[in-house]
Design a protein around this ligand. Sequence first.
Ligand SMILES: NC(=O)c1ccc[n+]([C@@H]2O[C@H](COP(=O)([O-])OP(=O)(O)OC[C@H]3O[C@@H](n4cnc5c(N)ncnc54)[C@H](O)[C@@H]3O)[C@@H](O)[C@H]2O)c1
Length: 254
Amino acid sequence: MDIRFDNKVAFVTGAAGGIGFAAAKIFAEAGAKVAMADINEKRINEAADSLNCTGYDVLPITLDVSDEQQVKMAVEQVVSHFGKIDVAYNNVGIHAAVRENLADTEGWDFDHVLAVNLRGIWNCTKYELIEMKKYGKGAIVNCSSQGGLVGIPCIGAYNASKHGILGLTKSVALEYARQGIRINAICPGTCETPMVKHAIEMSPDHMARVIDAIPLGRVGKPEEIASMVLLLCSDYAGFAVGQTWAMDGGYTVM
Ligand SMILES: NC(=O)c1ccc[n+]([C@@H]2O[C@H](COP(=O)([O-])OP(=O)(O)OC[C@H]3O[C@@H](n4cnc5c(N)ncnc54)[C@H](O)[C@@H]3O)[C@@H](O)[C@H]2O)c1
């Protein structure tokens, strides 16, 4: 199966590193023009340079996905530069502070995580759909988590946001299926990314428990998630609508 995205435009958020960068790279390798967006201006420019240097056609964009106006402007920038958006991977997510229990958490922490992880996906999906509706074709993958499928102690806000993404994805997928736009969600398990490196530094005991519980006996690679995103955005997944795809080494099977 040779998945190609020649003459297609992909939009990837949170693309400065981790899974988002791996997704931007695999779309570029498959022939797509790629708009790479991230809140970190320096790192997204460096990430885009690293791909443009090797001959790919990528556009760096700085945005905060929790800000609806910035997302609207970012989508307009992609369309003005590349002419359209065919596929989108809404990847941005942040980890909540790990607390022993909910009574020790702060309301602002919950609000911030929900604003980035859930409202951010709503913002991106909305403006991507406005574009895709014009051509009557498109595919969107939203990034949830293994924490969107099962309870994990000490990260209630993160898990609430990731469960919410699945509900949003299913409902919007039903709204747009007959308009030629497929929307699915992916649930990564623990992968080697800057987010997980930071989580291990901040909460070594919690992360050791999560990693020990992976049936496959190892953490995932960002490329292993990115390849599933590529497949779901391709016509090979043309009958997949509103589904949730766990890529977690078996974590949520037990
Ligand atoms: N890595 C894992 O183990 C894991 C597990 C389950 C789910 N996920 C999910 O996968 C996605 C990617 O995870 P990762 O580990 O690669 O993360 P990461 O922290 O390594 O990368 C996330 C990127 O998003 C950017 N970002 C953060 N806030 C932003 C904002 N408001 N607007 C725009 N960009 C912003 C960051 O600058 C960063 O480049 C997230 O949604 C995460 O919740 C990851």
